[in-house]
Design a protein around this ligand. Structure first.
Ligand code: HBI
Ligand code: FE
Length: 285
């Protein structure tokens, strides 16, 4: 909730606890919803072998999502054993500080509602399919799991420093739309692309977007769009790179970044480590 949307939030917030969590109420999902979930899973599962990073693939294979919308509790036992994370059911987007506090305590907020059939290809707000299919497998990876907690702790500090927008760009270009350089080529680890039927291919194969090496400060000043495919993807060389980048205190970064201008989503800089220069026509910033 960093002011990117101007429409009312979807979801039932009438029964939230103080930390915005709710009961998943698994029994209330309809047959049609389980069926839509299975179709969403089948489409993505067919794309994962080609486009997803190894860490995601390895975990997805063990989660048997295909049966229907999972019970969060059943996954929680396994997730706790793997990385000491747990899933917390939420009605939808939660306030930034609430979100950061959950992450800082190794709890990942998962939206309970599923999209409508007409939103099969695209949805703006996260639903249970995006949150579960996209994010949960990566939480089984120990280094990535620690990065997520560090991000939550950083978010609490950024909130106090009025720097959430800078930090949110880091989340966007890593946790949601990140690519990783592997021996097999570039692969997706970001949940926004792993849960998207179109963007999972586009991010790896299309000549249109830029693909640029991960650079923390550069990312924190790069604006992003929420309603189109990304114009630039940032590539990490391993999850250690991500985790190590978040180890230092960001407060001095925020000071320095305030003095520099923001970059358009499509902009390339001379200092960029370019994997691929996008061929999309330059759009107005
Ligand atoms: N709430 N449920 C939910 N899921 C998110 O991904 C989320 C959120 N609230 C805030 C938020 N993301 C972002 O503003 C932060 O990543 C910066
Ligand atoms: Fe997400």
């Amino acid at each position: 909730m960093t002011g990117q949307t101007d429409h009312a939030l979807r979801g039932d917030y009438s029964r939230i606890r103080a930390d915005y969590t709710v009961e998943q109420d698994w029994g209330a999902y309809t047959r049609e919803e389980h069926e839509l979930w299975r179709r969403l899973c089948a489409r993505q599962a067919a794309l994962v072998p080609r486009y997803a990073c190894e860490e995601f693939r390895a975990t997805l294979a063990t989660l048997d999502y295909e049966a229907g919308i999972p019970r969060f509790e059943a996954i929680n036992r396994r997730l706790a054993a793997a990385t000491r994370w747990e899933l917390a059911a939420v009605p939808g987007l939660v306030p930034d500080l609430v979100f950061f506090e959950h992450l800082a305590n190794r709890r990942f907020p998962v939206t309970v509602w599923l999209r409508e059939p007409g939103e099969f290809d695209y949805i703006v707000e996260p639903d249970v399919f995006h949150d579960f299919f996209g994010h949960v497998p990566m939480l089984f990876n120990p280094v990535f799991a620690d990065y997520m907690q560090a991000y939550g702790r950083g978010g609490i500090k950024a909130h106090a420093l009025g720097a959430i927008e800078m930090l949110a760009r880091l989340y966007w270009y890593t946790v949601e739309f990140g690519l990783i350089d592997t021996r097999e080529g570039l692969r997706a680890y970001g949940a926004g692309i792993l849960s998207s039927g179109g963007e999972i291919r586009h991010c790896v194969e299309s000549p249109e977007p830029n693909r640029v090496g991960f650079d923390l400060l550069r990312i924190m000043r790069t604006r992003y769009k929420i309603d189109t495919f990304q114009e630039t993807y940032f590539v990490i060389r391993g999850f250690d790179e991500l985790f190590e980048a978040t180890a230092p205190d960001f407060a001095p970064h925020y000071e320095a970044l305030r003095a520099e201008g923001l970059l358009a989503p499509s902009e390339l800089l001379p200092a960029d480590r370019v994997y691929h220069r996008g061929n999309a026509p330059q759009r107005a910033a």
